[in-house]
Design a protein around this ligand. Structure first.
Ligand SMILES: CC(C)(COP(=O)(O)OP(=O)(O)OC[C@H]1O[C@@H](n2cnc3c(N)ncnc32)[C@H](O)[C@@H]1OP(=O)(O)O)[C@@H](O)C(=O)NCCC(=O)NCCS
Length: 285
């Protein structure tokens, strides 16, 4: 007799699960994004349930820990053939148990939101994802100077990020120069006032994170990192930054998704949301 889904063990994922994770994403009509899975499976903790019929993974979830201050939950996916049988809830209960007293943050899709609400997550905002070719206004329009980051900028980037994110993300940011195609900083009087990265997917270049002193700095960083006119960019912006979102949409990209920012164990995010424009990706908080 086959093992019931409720009795299947939850195991830690490794790099060897990368293709199975991408297959599962595709099963739920998400892009495969192997490059992103590669980062998540190395910098984060993945949990998975093997398909009882030996067809890869039945469900997965990834947790990125930032010490005891915060952990981000992402990529909760259950194969369509096993949906609505409690696997999503089981994976999330496992994550809550493993997290103990560490507060959690996640970006919920409309599919996931009811499940998170039932488990005690609270909505604290929204993030809009836009996609499209950016008709750049031209570098001379921007009043903010930016330049390509060098290895010497990394300590300053980590310091700024800690201030803005409210938790130490050194282990993630140390991987950024290898993960991203391009890393850009904004600088004024020898002080880094913002940074942003662009990383590739099959369909677009994703711009994130974007950490910036103000909207003009965020615009300058995005303009500098935007791909050429033939390739779309994708970025996910906190809707509090309405000015940046309007500017993006005036220049080509259009909304593709709206996710709900939710926390568990804290009423709001630590750090400074005014300077946090876009996440590295929705799974990392
Ligand atoms: C969101 C997602 C992970 C949920 O996974 P799941 O395994 O179907 O989740 P559960 O079975 O625990 O709960 C889903 C629903 O099934 C219901 N359900 C659970 N067990 C059931 C059972 N035995 N019989 C009937 N219904 C059941 C739950 O009550 C719940 O109902 P509701 O959300 O409509 O109120 C899955 O739909 C998915 O992968 N979606 C696409 C990717 C996505 O959006 N992920 C979320 C990212 S934030």
């Amino acid at each position: 007799m086959p093992t019931p889904l409720s009795a299947l063990p939850i195991r830690r994922l490794t790099m060897r699960d990368l293709t199975a994770c991408a297959d599962l994403a595709e099963d739920r009509d998400w892009a495969r994004e192997e490059h992103r899975w590669g980062l998540l499976l190395s910098a984060s903790t993945g949990y998975g349930i093997d398909d009882p019929d030996g067809k890869g993974l039945a469900g997965v979830c990834v947790v990125t820990s930032y010490g005891r201050e915060l952990a981000a939950v992402g990529m909760l996916l259950v194969a369509g053939r096993h949906a609505r049988q409690g696997l999503g809830q089981r994976l999330m209960r496992h994550v809550l148990h493993e997290a103990g007293t560490t507060p959690l943050v996640l970006h919920a899709t409309p599919h996931g939101k009811p499940l998170y609400e039932r488990l005690g997550f609270t909505a604290i905002g929204s993030t809009e994802t836009v996609l499209g070719r950016l008709r750049t206004p031209g570098p001379t329009v921007s009043p903010v100077a930016t330049r390509t980051a060098t290895a010497a900028d990394l300590p300053a980037i980590v310091r700024l990020d800690h201030e803005v994110f409210g938790a130490d993300r050194t282990h993630l940011l140390a991987r950024l120069p290898a993960f991203a195609d391009r890393l850009q900083v904004a600088e004024e009087a020898s002080t880094i006032t913002g940074y942003a990265a662009a990383w590739p997917t099959a369909a677009s270049d994703v711009i994130g994170p974007v950490v910036a002193r103000d909207t003009d700095t965020a615009k300058a960083l995005i303009t500098a990192l935007a791909p050429g006119p033939d390739r779309p960019l994708r970025t996910s912006v906190d809707v509090r930054h309405g000015e940046l979102l309007s500017w993006l949409k005036e220049h080509g990209p259009e909304r593709t998704a709206l996710t709900t920012l939710m926390t568990y164990g804290i009423p709001d995010l630590p750090g400074d949301r005014a300077r946090r424009f876009a996440p590295l990706n929705l799974a990392t908080g």
